[in-house]
Design a protein around this ligand. Structure first.
Ligand code: PBG
Length: 325
């Protein structure tokens, strides 16, 4: 029997009823705030294509990390801009690197804040690729050694979770092995398992100065047309020892988030990336959309698709809005 016995509008009559039957309850508890750390002191340089987001020296970054913690955001993810770039991305894995110093600073200033680090060479290499170059190719196996070294240096500095985003084959196993061999069995791995070769990373490449100097990332990042392949990538990363798996970008790939959530019983993260952020910000600045409403809808939709962890540049605004709800 349907209408008039059934009237779905009964459960939409007022906000109290709607709230009672709400299936997805957006929350601050799964938010991760991405931050960019650069050399120097007292530096805060706004990224023009990402209003509100800046490259910051460690001292400034600590101020903002404190603010994020006070807003109830449980975690940050750090990206580094080195002093000098070279062929092998040396500054990615030295103990005095910007990210390593930022990790130590946050661990001291805000012990309750979870520190996640991005493990990838592209911000540190002169050619801007995520691995070492042999001939004109990004060489997989020689890169694994450097990624493992980078993850270990982050763990030594105090990172709780390392997050490889390079998309080399076998990196999770290489990192797990290196961490375990050095007494970091408790450092978790969040792998960017289904990371697509996406145009939505444009603003990030300005923020992290990591645009490839030749070619693109299509030989290692996934083809946007492939969904079944994402399940294979996720399965391999889990076999290799990933604790949390990520889908990236988020909005154009909510079907992937959903499929991964259905197929695997592990925590699923989604990265609401720089281009997604820039689109919302620019439309909001023009008065074309209601920013708060749209951003809350975006968070809800990512959680509804199945991600319990959401990396987003909107994290601080979301935390403020959710507090006021
Ligand atoms: C590094 C990395 C990228 C992002 C996160 N880690 C850029 C890329 O793969 O080119 C993108 C994040 C964003 O766009 O917000 N490999």
């Amino acid at each position: 029997m349907t209408f008039p016995t059934h009237r779905p509008r009964r459960l939409r009559r007022n906000e109290a009823i709607r709230s009672l039957v709400r299936e997805t309850r957006p929350s601050t508890s799964g938010l991760v705030y991405p931050m960019f750390v650069c050399p120097g002191r007292g530096v805060r340089a706004e990224v023009s294509s990402m209003p509100g987001i800046a490259q910051q020296s460690v001292d400034k970054l600590l101020e903002e990390a404190r603010e994020a913690a006070e807003l109830g955001i449980p975690a940050v993810i750090l990206f580094g801009l080195p002093e000098h770039k070279d062929e092998k991305g040396t500054e990615a894995y030295i103990a005095s690197g910007v990210v390593q110093r930022a990790i130590e600073g946050i661990r001291t200033a805000r012990p309750e804040l979870l520190v996640i680090t991005d493990v990838c060479l592209c911000e540190y290499t002169s050619h801007g690729h995520c691995g070492v170059i042999e001939g004109k190719q990004v060489a997989n196996d020689p890169t694994l050694e450097l990624l493992a070294e980078m993850a270990l240096s982050h763990a030594r500095a105090g990172a709780h979770i390392v997050a490889p985003s390079d998309m080399m084959d076998g990196r999770v196993a290489a990192i797990r092995k290196r961490l375990d061999a050095n007494g970091f069995a408790d450092t978790a791995i969040m792998s960017y398992a289904a990371k697509y070769c996406s145009g939505f990373y444009g603003p990030f490449r300005e923020a992290a100065q990591s645009a490839p100097q030749f070619g693109d990332r299509a030989s290692y990042q996934m083809d946007p047309a492939n969904a079944r392949e994402a399940l294979k990538e996720v399965a391999r990363d889990l076999e290799e020892g990933a604790d949390i798996i990520m889908v990236k970008p988020a909005l154009p790939y909510l079907d992937i988030v959903y499929r991964v959530r259905e197929a695997f019983d592990v925590p699923v993260a989604a990265y609401n990336v720089s281009g997604e952020y820039a689109m919302v910000k620019s439309a909001a600045q023009n008065g074309w959309i209601d920013e708060k409403r749209v951003v809350l809808e975006i968070l809800t939709s990512i959680q509804r698709a199945g991600a319990s962890i959401v990396l987003t540049y909107h994290a601080k605004d979301l935390a403020r809005w959710l507090k006021a709800c």
